[in-house]
Design a protein around this ligand. Structure first.
Ligand SMILES: [Zn+2]
Length: 129
């Protein structure tokens, strides 16, 4: 596996967390707002006092669709693309495992391991989440 971080150093904590199976998000030390993807400033108060904090990995499907057309090798359709609203507040573009998902379904994070890159989040519908 390469030591490649996707994007700038701001995303390092996210990818380090992914390697350990932990969803790490930014949280503002001044106003408490969570955000994803990582940014240099808080979207709520413009503070630069941002910390990287483990999140619950739980959320609710905000939007989803089944992709049926091949967009790139290694990502074979059909699969579910979704926007998950995390319990901490931010929304994340991701995938949902399985054949069916509906807006409003509760989901729990898992990780899709890859041989040449850090794991990617993939959520699973879980009514108990
Ligand atoms: Zn803030």
């Amino acid at each position: 596996m390469t030591d490649l971080y996707y994007g700038d150093p701001l995303s390092r904590a996210f990818w380090d967390g992914a390697r350990n199976g932990v969803l790490v998000l930014q949280r503002c030390a001044d106003c408490g707002r969570w955000q994803h993807y990582p940014r240099p400033l808080c979207l709520g108060c413009e503070s630069t006092s941002l910390e990287s904090v483990p999140a619950s990995g739980l959320g609710t499907i905000y939007s989803c669709t089944t992709v049926r057309i091949s967009a790139r090798p290694g990502l074979e359709p059909p699969y579910i693309a979704a926007i998950v609203e995390l319990d901490e507040g931010p929304r994340m573009l991701t995938n949902v495992a399985g054949d069916t998902a509906r807006i409003g379904d509760r989901v729990r994070i898992g990780w899709r391991h890859r041989t040449d890159a850090p794991p990617l989040p993939i959520f699973t519908v879980d009514a108990d989440a």
